[in-house]
Design a binder for this molecule. Structure first.
Ligand code: AMP
Ligand code: MN
Ligand code: MN
Ligand code: MN
Length: 279
């Protein structure tokens, strides 16, 4: 049974409408799907409706931005009981995104690259969900870069010259928020964070666990195969339940389509087992 508990739509920085992502996942054989747009729940109603029409299980979700030290990390919240808390948080986050994007637009002017705010905005369709990826796509359009990754290595990474940091949730705050909303916290793509010290990946897992985190993404489209193997082992050793997702944003070279990420090893207890105990 194919499962995908991490995909994006136009409600954040994905390229397909919520209903089209659901349809694509269904075409790929996905039976259980969660839409996890960044800091928003705006796409969930449309996605849930399409999933119902197609007869697949849909789980509400959102991928929350977290500031951990000087880095941005992501925690996915699955199956909230209180969606209103997310709607409220999402309005606030939208304002932060717009403010940050205007400042990032100004940073690009220092490099002689003008009009980036408006162009990123035209791609996003809405200032409230503007993400760094929209800036990367705008640079790609203009031919300033060869691929999205280059946008991050040159301008947009957490330490890049055009990145403007935002204070998102701290890790304790996000865990409290998720618990209060009756959702399950999932540490997203733990192998993707490249910290200055490799030991910080383990520190992050330990902190997440100490704050009540029970689930980590083990196989994801945002990991290399070696990360999938490493986090399988870490999930076993540290006693985490496992989640899996493509982290699909739109067709991108080397990234899996919905449901086509490496499946979880069958012996791992999954977040779906855990959610069953909460029903
Ligand atoms: P933001 O939420 O505005 O901080 O933007 C982060 C988004 O940028 C992530 O959700 C990814 O979609 C994208 N992203 C981050 N790092 C990279 C990278 N190295 N290459 C391509 N896309 C990236
Ligand atoms: Mn994204
Ligand atoms: Mn992410
Ligand atoms: Mn994601």
């Amino acid at each position: 049974m194919a499962i995908d508990l991490h995909v994006h739509s136009t409600a954040s920085d994905g390229v397909l409408r919520p209903r089209d992502v659901v349809r694509l996942a269904w075409q790929n054989g996905v039976q259980t799907l969660s839409l996890t747009d960044h800091d928003t729940v705006a796409g969930l109603a449309e996605a849930a409706k399409e999933a119902k029409a197609l007869g697949i299980r849909f789980i509400n979700g959102s991928e929350l931005s977290v500031t951990w030290g000087r880095r941005t990390i992501h925690v996915v919240a699955l199956a909230p009981k209180n969606l209103e808390m997310f709607e409220c948080m999402s309005r606030e986050r939208g304002r932060l995104r717009e403010e940050r994007a205007r400042l990032m637009g100004e940073r690009f002017e220092r490099f002689g690259i003008y009009g980036m705010f408006n162009e990123a905005m035209a791609i996003a369709g809405n200032a409230l969900n503007l993400s760094r990826r929209h800036f990367a796509l705008a640079l790609l359009h203009r031919g300033e870069i060869q691929d999205e990754n280059e946008a991050f290595t040159r301008y947009l990474s957490d330490t890049g010259p055009c990145f403007v940091p935002t204070q998102w949730f701290t890790l304790p705050e996000v865990m409290q928020f998720i618990a209060d909303a009756g959702a399950e916290a999932v540490l997203a793509h733990p192998g993707r964070y490249s910290f200055d010290e490799p030991s910080q990946n383990i520190t992050l897992l330990k902190e997440f666990q100490a704050l009540g985190g029970r689930v980590i993404e083990v196989t994801t489209g945002s990991h290399f195969a070696a990360d999938n193997a490493r986090y399988t082992q870490l999930a076993v050793n540290m006693g985490f339940w496992a989640s899996t997702g493509s982290d699909f944003h739109g067709h991108r070279p080397g990234r899996p389509a919905p449901g086509l990420q490496q499946p979880l090893p069958t012996y791992l207890p999954t977040v779906l087992d855990l959610l069953k105990t909460k029903e």
